[in-house]
Ligand binder design. Structure first.
Ligand SMILES: [Zn+2]
Length: 79
């Protein structure tokens, strides 16, 4: 970089005035009115644009059963 290309403080500052981060765009889910990131599936009801994408009822049931079975196994081993 040659010295003639150097910017002064105000030029540098005016350039950097546009470098700030913007907040995340949030909207409300039309079905359950939870706050959701734009263009993403609702984590509360698993819907995107009115359609069910993720069946959350099935997922929660699976995780619950696995957790309980692991705990019961540990208990039986200790005894
Ligand atoms: Zn929702």
């Amino acid at each position: 970089m040659v010295n003639r290309m150097r910017h002064n403080r105000s030029q540098r500052g005016s350039t950097r005035s546009h470098h700030g981060l913007k907040g995340i765009a949030l909207t409300k889910c039309p079905d359950c009115s939870a706050t959701v990131k734009r263009h993403q599936v609702c984590s509360n009801c698993g819907k995107y644009r009115g359609k069910v994408v993720i069946n959350l009822e099935k997922k929660t049931k699976k995780t619950k059963t696995t957790k309980t079975s692991k705990k019961s196994e540990k208990k039986t081993e200790a005894k």
